[in-house]
Design a protein around this ligand. Structure first.
Ligand SMILES: Nc1ncnc2c1ncn2[C@@H]1O[C@H](COP(=O)(O)OP(=O)(O)O)[C@@H](O)[C@H]1O
Ligand SMILES: [Mg+2]
Length: 357
């Protein structure tokens, strides 16, 4: 055996104190700059403390603005405060049907013997337990849901609850079944993007968790903070910080300098669409059409979509385009006037920014 691995491993003195602190799912002790939002949500939960029914909340805002972390923080504080309110957090991307969601609730409540049981039967169980106390439900990424029956069931059959729904898409609530919407009547809040100063504060906190002290050169940190604020996505910032740290470490540097930060930034330039598998089938079909016919008018895309077997009506199709635009998969340009009146041109965006991956 040569000394190849001894060489590379031996020389690496790590800069990281706790690399896990840069994971997207890491839960920091504090969630600064979201005090107002958290207070608002806490107020909607407050009636549950007096054994009354709570108010429901619909939260929207672009990716990486702290929606998930803030709600999880609230649930944690709730758990510390009282035994009388059961916190339930479910990510609907992983559990996208009523059956899967009810099954997850059983799991959270440590019910055994769930095999070969129908949804109704499982829910009867869940209901019995939940109705002994009050419940705060957080359903995250609700736009990934394939059916909403569970919402109806909860609204009708759980007595004291606050239901919190989270999504990146404001318009999701508009499309919601009238039957559910009228029962839900949620308070609506938007999580707006962080300012530069706030972005810096959040990233600084994570750097303190993740690295030994005095490792970062100020200008290197500021370069990344600036880019993160520009892209309005804290997730990107965490990625950049981790990359810059790894690059510095590979070079056996004891500091993270401008050069390392710059190289990390170069990496997200080639970040193209990595995660199209997060898209529902319809969106994927539309995206594929836009990809191979970039620059056509929206009406032409609708025709192509229909010819390829799509069955959405035009209005829903338009909404899908809006969503693809919001997630930066496509760009939409509206031109007024011209020979054909107003037209909307849809283009494929090959430089989708680093967000959900
Ligand atoms: N105010 C904040 N304080 C601390 N960390 C934050 C804050 N906002 C966002 N983050 C971090 O940024 C990342 C993205 O936040 P997240 O809540 O997952 O975004 P969203 O759910 O809006 O897409 C997470 O790792 C989260 O911990
Ligand atoms: Mg989230």
């Amino acid at each position: 055996m040569g000394g190849l691995f001894k060489d590379i491993l031996g020389s690496s003195e790590t800069l990281f104190k706790n690399e896990l602190a840069l994971d997207y799912s890491f839960q920091p002790k504090l969630v600064p700059y979201r005090e107002k939002e958290q207070r608002f949500i806490a107020n909607c939960i407050k009636p549950l403390f007096q054994e009354k029914n709570g108010r429901n909340v619909f939260i929207f805002g672009q990716p990486g603005v702290g929606k998930t972390v803030a709600c999880r923080h609230i649930l944690m504080e709730l758990e510390e405060e009282t035994e009388g309110i059961i916190p339930i957090y479910i990510n609907c991307w992983q559990r996208n049907t009523t059956y899967k969601i009810i099954l997850e609730m059983c799991d959270l409540m440590e019910f055994k013997f769930v095999q070969n049981k129908k949804t109704e039967e499982l829910f009867r169980w869940v209901k019995q337990t939940l109705n002994k106390k009050s419940v705060v439900f957080v359903f995250d990424e609700v736009d990934k849901l394939e059916d909403m029956d569970f919402l109806y069931m909860i609204l009708e059959e759980i007595y004291r609850k606050t239901i919190i729904l989270i999504t990146n898409y404001k318009e999701w609530i508009v499309e919601l079944d009238e039957r559910i919407k009228s029962r839900l009547t949620p308070e609506i809040i938007e999580f707006k993007a962080y300012s530069y100063e706030e972005t810096k504060g959040i990233l600084k906190q994570r750097v303190e968790y993740a690295f030994h002290p005095n490792i970062w050169n100020d200008d290197a940190f500021e370069l990344i903070a600036k880019k993160t604020a520009e892209l309005q996505d804290i997730r990107t910032g965490l990625y950049l910080i981790k990359e810059a740290g790894s690059i510095a470490e590979e070079k056996s540097s004891r500091k993270i300098s401008m050069e390392h930060a710059q190289q990390a930034l170069d990496k997200i330039k080639d970040f193209s669409i990595k995660n199209t598998n997060e898209l529902a089938a319809d969106e994927q079909l539309i995206l594929d059409l836009v990809k191979s016919n970039s620059g056509k008018r929206i009406g032409d895309f609708f025709k192509l979509y229909k010819e390829s077997g799509g069955n959405l009506v035009y209005k829903s199709f338009q909404r899908k385009i809006d969503r693809l635009e919001k997630s930066k998969f496509v760009t939409v340009e509206k031109t007024a006037g011209g020979q054909e009146g107003n037209t909307t041109i849809v283009k494929h965006n090959s430089e989708r920014k680093l967000t959900d991956f």
